[in-house]
Design a binder for this molecule. Structure first.
Ligand SMILES: *Cc1c(COP(=O)(O)O)cnc(C)c1O
Length: 408
């Protein structure tokens, strides 16, 4: 095998990413090791994906057992792991029907296509508007990126699909004013993830549900990032006291194995009748076997209790660092999806703090240019949270020091 380094990336890969200078080669729980054997505490979770950490024995067992049996049959035939996983999702949520795919964008693509087809077939071609919110993120296909509310992701990709409007988030009056009988769906993230870790208020969530009911529009919850135990309940909608019509998820569902799902009711599922939508790999036996093992764990009350406890620990630790060093403000978010907005002096440079943390042996994320994001494994231990916070404190001390020296 030829030797590969970070420099190889620039030689052979499309430059749409700018990966970190290190290359991880092994993971265990919430620790990672790079090519040089350096160890890192993982507060990033592969962007809210590795919900059970790295190399969890139940995931490894599910994958290797299925790998020796059957990898792929296509949707010309169904398979046992897909049926078992769908049964579990139906038992654990509002949903009565499940569509499997391979990513969050594909889950949303399916949801938006369902909404359009529902509007068209049940009401008429006028009912086609999809409402979403500023700073929303729903994926990178042309349809999903257009529904997303961050213009920087659509620039240069015009012409964009039409029939989409964006509104301010957490503003029920703006939504009420925009609602009319052309709206087929409203889509929202319970906590805007990529958009800066911005939670919906419960009040807003209930107002959105009521407005969708009033105007006969579907409520689509994008739980690609917030789902699968991330916020302390299996899905975040449970905490708002409302039920969506369609829910999409991915990321944590496979714990690191690619899979996405769209969940809905029996009546809405009928809109996607035979032949109307599909995916070669959707419901792949390997992905579904792993996801079933993950779902068993993330629906376990003991694990959800750990999310609440580690969330409180991490939030308290961050707030201490916030008060002591002033690099970032108090944390916000739900469960183990937390964000800390950087201070004025660091505006636009959250990434610099992430880079400094990596050099100190801690993997963090940004959510946009101004927010530090924390999305560790849901089974992260108290000791790993403490160690990560200790490393972050060293980063804060080093980055704050020049300013204090200048003030002295
Ligand atoms: C990550 C994300 C997506 C896109 O998921 P992919 O698997 O990257 O396609 C969609 N919606 C939300 C809320 C996300 O966080």
């Amino acid at each position: 095998m030829s030797e590969v380094t970070r420099a190889t990336f620039d030689e052979v890969m499309v430059p749409n990413y700018q990966p970190a200078p290190i290359i991880p080669v092994r993971g265990q729980g919430s620790r990672l090791w790079d090519q040089q054997g350096r160890e890192y505490v993982d507060f990033a979770g592969g962007i809210a994906v590795t919900v059970l950490g790295h190399a969890h024995p139940k995931m490894v067992a599910a994958l290797t057992e299925q790998a020796g049996r059957l990898w792929h049959v296509s949707n010309v035939m169904t398979n046992e792991p897909a049926l078992r996983l769908a049964q579990r999702l139906v038992a654990l949520t509002f949903a009565e029907r499940v569509f499997f795919c391979n990513s969050g964008a594909e889950a949303n693509e399916a949801a938006f296509k369902l909404a359009r087809r529902w509007g068209n077939t049940r009401f008429g071609p006028h009912k086609n508007t999809i409402l979403s919110f500023h700073n929303a993120f729903h994926g990178r296909t042309l349809f999903t990126v257009s529904v997303g509310g961050q213009p920087k992701y659509t620039q240069g990709f015009e012409p964009l699909p039409g029939g989409i409007r964006h509104l301010p988030f957490n503003d029920a009056d703006a939504l009420a004013a925009a609602m009319n009988d052309t709206v087929c769906a409203v889509v929202m993230e319970p906590v805007q993830g990529e958009g800066g870790v911005m939670p919906a208020t419960a009040e807003f969530a209930r107002a959105v549900r009521a407005l969708c009911d009033k105007h006969q529009a579907l409520l689509i919850y994008d739980e690609v990032q917030t789902g699968n135990g991330r916020t302390g309940t299996l899905f975040a909608y449970e905490q708002f006291g409302i039920v969506p019509d369609v829910l999409t998820t991915a990321k944590g569902l496979g714990g690191g194995f690619p899979i996405g799902a769209m969940l809905t009711t029996r009546s809405l599922a009928e809109v996607l009748a035979f032949g109307t939508h599909g995916s070669t790999y959707g419901g792949n036996p390997l992905a579904c076997a792993v996801a079933a093992a993950v779902l068993d764990e993330v629906s376990n009350p003991a694990l959800l209790r750990n999310v609440a406890e580690r969330s409180a620990q991490l939030r308290a630790g961050l707030d201490v660092l916030s008060a002591r060093y002033g690099l970032f403000g108090p944390a916000r978010g739900m469960g183990l999806l937390l964000g800390a907005p950087v201070a004025e002096a660091w505006k636009g440079r959250a990434k610099d703090i992430v880079n400094a943390a990596l050099a100190e042996g801690l993997w963090l994320l940004v959510a946009g240019p101004d927010v530090l994001r924390f999305a560790p494994a849901l089974n992260i231990t108290e000791a790993d949270v403490s160690e990560g916070l200790a490393r972050l404190e060293r980063v804060c001390a080093a980055l704050a020091a020049p300013r204090e020296a200048a003030n002295a």
